[in-house]
Design a protein around this ligand. Structure first.
Ligand code: A3P
Length: 297
């Protein structure tokens, strides 16, 4: 069973969320978490199911949109993914193929059949300073949010792993462990900064991982439709009205609070020099045994 966890600092920084088996989850996850996660674990997976796994704000919607185009063969936007952790599993069971799901959980919380090799999953990660800025600003825009506080307070909680879905570092290490221990070939790892540098290359690799074949024109069309500029401008005009209702409910500004800036290095506009130095020290210490490195600009 989950417990409610509440953290409040004297300066008003506040996090109220759910903890289950040592991990933090957003309070949006229904009930006691245990029952829901058991249903996720037992979910019937189809061969053409696609899962997008990430720590929040790492490019989940971006990878989802590309994957949806590659799965359908159409360069249309389909809105936001169904998250494994918030949605009724009976509803997810009935969705037509090809289904795409997202989750901010780690490998151990994927449906058992995925962990046995069925379906395909993309795992996307992004440097923790840009994630911090993106997450802080995103949480400000939600009508219901687990976190309240200043940027300074947010950063302190985030560095300590007191955040929705816990620590960025713990999530990264969980996936690094999966990368070395899991022998299946149904996971593909993506890095936000690499996608920014050469999107066509990653789109092409994603298509090949999914086992779908397209001519160069279609892969270029997907790439063009999935640049930040194009997505940010056109997605709200093209997605389904029912999706927009959802957006209106969750967002203060009544627009999808996802497509903000889409850059590498925007953290420099928010971190003070002192905040950056403090975070760098934590990063250096925590990442000393990590296998991967991140680009921050
Ligand atoms: P910023 O807030 O830094 O702009 P998620 O989908 O995991 O919530 O991630 C959201 C982040 O991904 C936001 O970052 C958003 O702008 C960025 N993003 C979404 N689509 C993108 C794209 N096509 N290119 C680059 N970044 C994108």
């Amino acid at each position: 069973m989950c417990e409610w966890v509440e953290e409040t600092d004297p300066d008003g920084t506040h996090l109220k969320t759910k903890k289950y088996e040592g991990k933090l989850y957003v309070s949006l996850i229904p009930g006691n978490i245990k029952d829901h996660l058991e249903k996720v674990e037992a979910m019937e997976v189809r061969d053409d199911d696609t899962f997008i796994m990430s720590y929040p704000k790492s490019g989940t919607h971006w990878v989802f949109t590309i994957a949806s185009m590659l799965r359908s063969g159409k360069s249309t936007y389909i809105g936001s993914p169904h998250f494994l952790e918030y949605n009724d599993i009976d509803m997810l069971d009935k969705l037509p193929s090809p289904r795409l799901f997202a989750s901010h959980m780690t490998f151990d919380r994927l449906p058992r059949q995925v962990r046995e090799g069925k379906g395909k999953a993309f795992v996307v990660s992004r440097n923790p300073k840009d994630v911090a800025v993106s997450l802080f600003l995103f949480l400000q825009k939600l009508t219901k949010t687990d976190f309240h506080g200043s940027w300074e307070g947010f950063l302190r909680f985030y560095a300590e792993g007191k955040m929705v879905y816990g620590s960025w570092f713990d999530t990264l290490f969980a996936w690094e462990k999966t990368k070395t221990t899991y022998k299946g070939d149904n996971l593909m790892y993506l890095v936000y900064e690499d996608m920014k540098q050469d999107l066509l290359s990653d789109v092409t690799k994603m298509a090949s991982f999914l086992g779908v074949t397209y001519d160069k024109e279609f892969l270029e069309e997907v790439t063009d439709r999935c640049t930040f500029k194009t997505m940010a401008k056109t997605i709200m005009e093209e997605i389904k009205p029912q999706e927009q209702d959802f957006i209106k409910r969750v967002s203060e500004e009544k627009k999808l609070p996802i497509y903000r800036k889409g850059e590498v290095g925007d953290w420099k506009n928010y971190f003070t020099v002192a905040q950056s130095e403090t975070f760098d020290k934590i990063y250096e210490e925590r990442m000393k045994d990590a296998k991967c490195t991140f680009r921050f600009q």
